[in-house]
Write a protein that binds this ligand. Structure first.
Ligand SMILES: *[C@@H]1O[C@H](CO)[C@@H](O)[C@H](O)[C@H]1NC(C)=O
Ligand SMILES: *[C@@H]1O[C@H](CO)[C@@H](O)[C@H](O)[C@H]1NC(C)=O
Length: 246
């Protein structure tokens, strides 16, 4: 563990936060409901629940988190009104499939239970297969680098504090499931402060960083330009991949 600061008491307190390590993932994803014959697309709601199964409590106001696995790392936000095409649903109600984001971006990701409007169903072509699912769940180096803590640790706690006051926040960055590039999209529309703000990882291309920050008493997981916080980051960020990576 090469994290600069990792206090167990804080880790416990903020374990509910969101960019969770992959611990527990295999158990969550192991049992899948029978796949449907065709994929269904649903509108993502606003003010959706945080995933209780990941020890998260509260509301995700703008929409819902998109993650690399159930209880995995946050890799963006599906905004209210975006569509999500379900490939599979886990026994705990996490959905895997393709999220259609603004600007034509679309990724194969997971979303927590209770985030879709069941009344908005449309039939779409099947997509997002098992290969991409397994690859993205098992390797954090697929999407990121320079993590705040070692694989299966950190759990959303503030391990590397940052002050993002000078930065603009964005809900999304990645263009597709290759995670090879993107652009800062979907501005959060509020001024960032240093209240309970911490760094999590940088995108694989080195350009944007995922941070957590509080706003109106809620923790947000958002992207900022890496250059905006680069000077605050320690030199010993973690580039180990998950033990599960192939
Ligand atoms: C999603 O939003 C729709 C439309 O506002 C609402 O009817 C539905 O109950 C919501 N679903 C959930 C799971 O909150
Ligand atoms: C889900 O992906 C698998 C491939 O892994 C595919 O065979 C199946 O048709 C897809 N299902 C849906 C509903 O998209």
């Amino acid at each position: 563990m090469t994290s600069r600061v990792s206090l167990p008491s804080r880790a416990g307190r903020f374990a509910a936060a969101g960019a969770l390590a992959l611990a527990g993932l295999a158990g969550t994803a192991a049992t899948l409901a029978s796949p449907a014959q065709a994929a269904n697309s649903y509108v993502v709601n606003g003010s959706t629940p945080r995933p209780e199964a990941c020890n998260n409590h509260g509301t995700i106001t703008p929409g819902t988190w998109i993650t690399n696995g159930p209880c995995g790392y946050v890799v963006g936000t599906a905004l209210a009104g975006n569509r999500f095409e379900i490939n599979q649903t886990s026994d705990k109600g996490f959905h895997y499939g393709r999220v259609q984001l603004s600007g034509g971006a679309n990724l194969c990701v997971w979303i927590p239970p209770g985030a879709i409007d069941q009344g908005s169903r449309q039939s779409v072509a099947d997509s997002c297969g098992d290969d991409v699912k397994t690859r993205n769940q098992n390797s954090r180096r697929i999407f990121g680098r320079d993590f705040d803590s070692a694989p299966h640790s950190g759990d959303g706690a503030i391990v590397v504090p940052v002050d993002p006051t000078a930065c603009q926040g964005y809900y999304n960055y990645f263009d597709n499931s290759d995670f090879s590039g993107g652009s800062l999209r979907d501005p959060v529309g509020f001024a960032l402060t240093d209240t309970r703000s911490g760094y999590r990882y940088t995108t694989k291309d080195g350009k944007a960083s995922m941070i957590r920050t509080d706003h109106n008493g809620e923790t947000y997981w958002i992207f900022v330009d890496r250059g905006c916080i680069n000077g605050q980051l320690p030199g010993n960020l973690n580039n180990q991949d998950n033990p599960e990576a192939g």
